[in-house]
Write a protein that binds this ligand. Structure first.
Ligand SMILES: Cc1cc2nc3c(=O)[nH]c(=O)nc-3n(C[C@H](O)[C@H](O)[C@H](O)COP(=O)(O)O)c2cc1C
Length: 341
């Protein structure tokens, strides 16, 4: 069924198709069809970061930036849903077109630029939702905030979402906000993580509820840089790492139409680069939960991500190309191979 819907959707501009597909999913949700579309809910519970995940397959950040579709996305059978990236104030993002399909490569390029309705809107939407599963809230900084003041934006979002999030992701790895990725390195990283950890601890104590902090990193790093990031995550008692965001590399898609568009490349071409980062992280951080994301488009690819060292996985581009049934396919494959481990 999805292949028919897809052939119609893929005639539209990518971002328009995205909106239409989400509206269609909302309708399917209201008709009670979501669970079926997701290929059947899979119970494969696992405890990580002090949270109980009903299965290991999550939705990656960016698909539901404003938490406008939480009910239906949750009903598809994801073990967790990450909403955002959200910024303190609403912002438009980059001018359109800013999302491109590279179907020959099972890939997308996006330069959305954190288009979102702001953290207050997201909070209202999460509160209004009936979804009662695990929610990650992914936070970022406004374009207009200078990188030197980025910490203020992250702290604003952290304080606002702490009450509602099961975990909070600090997104340092979008290629579409100038300077953001520099926050992954050196004293920037230690300063930022130290401030967020301190405020997180204070809020945890104040509310009596511990909300884990995850950091999302880019695939465009050398082994040495991964080692430095790993040390900073450990030193600042970060609870989990999400690897990875999109890549700025283009070798894998050279010559394809849209390959030269600016932005982050996702989907199949980022599968191996993100696995390499996960393997390296696992070497440095044997005990830290890793959420593996990048290029998962089948149950087999989810298994490979887990074999590289990921405890949980997330989907984005594969979900666009393969449709909701990919959720059940990945969750079933992981359950069959790794149940109880
Ligand atoms: C259109 C689009 C928008 C995205 N927006 C965000 C975002 O706002 N925040 C974020 O952390 N990652 C964002 N991502 C990155 C994904 O969450 C994911 O890390 C990346 O696409 C790799 O996974 P995939 O190959 O399964 O797509 C976005 C990806 C795409 C394709």
């Amino acid at each position: 069924m999805y292949s028919l819907a897809r052939s119609l959707l893929f005639r539209l501009d990518a971002e328009t198709a995205h909106g239409v597909a989400l509206k269609g999913l909302d309708l399917a949700g209201r008709l009670g069809l979501a669970e079926q579309l997701g290929g059947g809910r899979v119970e494969d519970p696992v405890e990580l970061m002090g949270l109980r995940f009903p299965n290991r397959v999550g939705l990656a950040a960016g698909l539901d930036k404003n938490a406008d579709h939480l009910d239906v996305l949750g009903a598809l059978g994801f073990g967790f849903v990450e909403v955002g990236t959200v910024t303190p104030r609403p912002q438009d993002g980059n001018p359109r077109p800013r999302l491109f399909r590279l179907p020959e490569a099972g890939a997308l390029i996006n330069r959305m630029g954190f288009n979102n309705a702001g953290v207050d809107h997201l909070i209202a939407r999460v509160r209004a939702s009936r979804y009662d599963g695990v929610i990650g809230i992914n936070i970022g900084k406004n374009l207009a905030t200078p990188v030197e003041r980025a910490v203020d934006d992250y702290l604003t979002c952290l304080r606002k979402v702490h009450d509602l999030a099961h975990y909070i992701t600090v997104n340092l790895s979008s290629p579409n906000t100038p300077g953001l990725r520099n926050l992954q390195f050196g004293e920037h990283l230690d300063g930022l993580l130290g401030a967020l950890r301190g405020e997180g601890n204070r809020l945890d104590r104040q509310t009596g509820r511990r909300v884990p902090l995850a950091v999302k990193i880019a695939p465009d790093m050398s082994a040495e840089e991964v080692g430095l990031v790993a040390r900073a995550l450990e030193a600042n008692a970060i609870d989990a790492v999400i690897a990875t965001n999109t890549t700025v590399a283009r070798e894998a898609v050279a010559g394809l139409s849209h390959a030269d568009e600016q932005g982050g490349l996702s989907g199949r071409p980022v599968f191996e680069p993100s696995n390499t980062i996960i393997l390296e992280l696992r070497r440095w951080l044997p005990g830290m939960p890793i959420i593996g994301v990048g290029g998962i488009d089948s149950g087999e690819a989810a298994l490979a991500k887990r074999a590289a060292g990921a405890d949980l996985v997330q989907l984005y581009s594969g979900f666009i190309y393969r449709g909701p049934k990919l959720v059940g396919e990945c969750a079933r494959a992981l359950k069959a191979r790794f149940a109880g481990q």
